[in-house]
Write a protein that binds this ligand. Structure first.
Ligand SMILES: Nc1nc2c(ncn2[C@@H]2O[C@H](COP(=O)(O)OP(=O)(O)O)[C@@H](O)[C@H]2O)c(=O)[nH]1
Ligand SMILES: [Mg+2]
Length: 389
């Protein structure tokens, strides 16, 4: 499963984001484990279910909106000098290992200092928070590299092993590949054999960006003065209100409103009895959604999955006419695949055996047999024909 980590300094709203994103209405949360442990949960990427276009009855979506499970990790707050072991330090950074991408939360309201202590709204420049996490993370990588540097060089000489391969081994736990090491070397414009401290720091910075793509979320945008919004808008930032999203999801769960995560507005339930305070709270969220086209939480999750990680959604079926599995369930699965994946890749993702026995695939939308080198498209419905079942 694709996993995203929520990272940032204390008090920027990570846990609120996590709670909001993992609180799913029963109809959405068809995934058996919504909470893995306190900090690991299941969130969803939102996509269009092909059932409407294909005119089949479907029980796995809500009004044609399909939610595909992804993993979410609420990482402990990061403080300055974490790479030297301050705060939760290494534990924090180790946590990021498991993530395919990082949602970097910043306090867009400028209401917390570098350590996360509350200060007056607008008194902290939120742009500084962006740089801070990237610095700590890349310096942590540099720390690992510099501690191992002498050993790596010996290894490279003794075993006729390239230095790049030795570095890839060192960072294998982070999911770093040899190709990424080469790309980072090129980007940093350095020669590993003669690299000095500054070169290696630059190299780590590139390696971090390549191996752990990051998306910046400007949270608490509901409190943010215009100046803070303007500063952040210079970067690629998704503005959000995690507190607003949490309020909506709780209200939807209680049937006070009708709202699907990612909708740009919500509809109050005329039969619900809301107190004046609840009404005022929801009115504030509604105003925020008009300004920012929604609360931003689902947009951030979707941007990380579909843009940053470049995934598409593919629907495997066993019956290409009814679009069902062997038990008659319509469009039972939705897989997040890397763009460029082929039917054979899909077969392997369904099951290794099916992949090994792969014969050919049928595109259920056209009814045609497709080449195993075909590049799958977002929303494809595919039947795999395999010698194994
Ligand atoms: N106004 C506003 N407050 C928020 C928002 N998100 C979080 N908060 C508040 O910010 C404080 C810190 O949030 P929390 O999620 O615990 O931050 P964490 O330390 O990063 O996990 C809490 O009082 C939250 O209610 C938001 O989008 N808007
Ligand atoms: Mg927290």
């Amino acid at each position: 499963m694709i996993t995203l980590a929520i990272a940032g300094k204390p008090n920027c709203g990570k846990s609120t984001f996590f709670r909001a994103a993992t609180l799913a209405q029963a109809e959405i949360a068809n995934y058996p484990f919504t909470t893995i442990d306190a900090n690991h949960g299941v969130a969803y990427a939102r996509t269009t279910c092909p059932c409407r276009e294909m005119r089949v009855p479907c029980e796995n979506c809500l009004d044609g909106v399909r939610f595909v499970p992804i993993g979410l990790i609420d990482v402990a707050g990061l403080v300055p000098e974490a790479h030297k072991g301050r705060g939760l330090g290494n534990q924090f950074l180790d946590n990021l290992r498991q993530a395919d991408a990082i949602l970097q939360i910043v306090d867009a309201s400028g209401g917390t200092d570098a350590e996360g202590n509350p200060v007056g709204i607008g008194s902290r420049d939120p742009e500084k928070d962006i740089e801070f996490l990237q610095y700590e993370f890349s310096m942590w990588m540099y720390g690992i590299l510099s501690r191992n540097w002498a050993k790596l060089q010996r290894q490279a000489q003794a075993r006729d092993f390239s230095l790049a391969a030795a570095i890839a081994d060192t960072f294998a736990g982070l999911g770093v590949t040899l190709e990424q090491i080469r790309d980072a070397t090129d980007e940093a414009g350095i020669d590993l054999r003669t690299a000095g401290e500054e070169d290696l720091i630059r190299f780590c910075r590139e390696l971090m960006a390549i191996s752990k793509p990051m998306l910046i979320v400007g949270n608490k945008a509901d409190l943010a003065p215009q100046e803070c919004l303007d500063r952040l808008a210079k970067h690629d930032v998704i503005f959000a209100s995690a507190a607003g999203e949490l309020a909506l999801r709780m209200a939807a769960e209680g049937k006070f409103i009708r709202y699907l995560p990612g909708d740009q507005s919500f509809t109050p339930n005329p039969e619900a009895n809301l107190s004046a305070a609840q009404q005022a709270g929801l009115a504030k969220v509604a105003e925020f959604m008009r300004r920012f086209d929604g609360t931003g939480i689902q947009r951030a999750l979707d941007a990380a999955v579909f843009d940053l990680l470049d995934r598409i959604v593919v629907f495997p079926v066993e019956d290409e006419h009814k679009l069902t599995d062997s038990k008659g369930r319509v469009l039972p699965d939705a897989f997040l695949m890397k763009r460029g994946s082929t039917p054979r890749d899909l077969a392997y993702q369904v099951h290794t055996d099916i992949g090994e026995g792969f014969l050919y695939a049928i595109d259920a939308k056209t009814g045609m047999r497709v080449k195993d080198t075909l590049e799958l498209k977002n929303g494809d419905i595919i039947k795999i024909v395999s010698v194994r079942k």
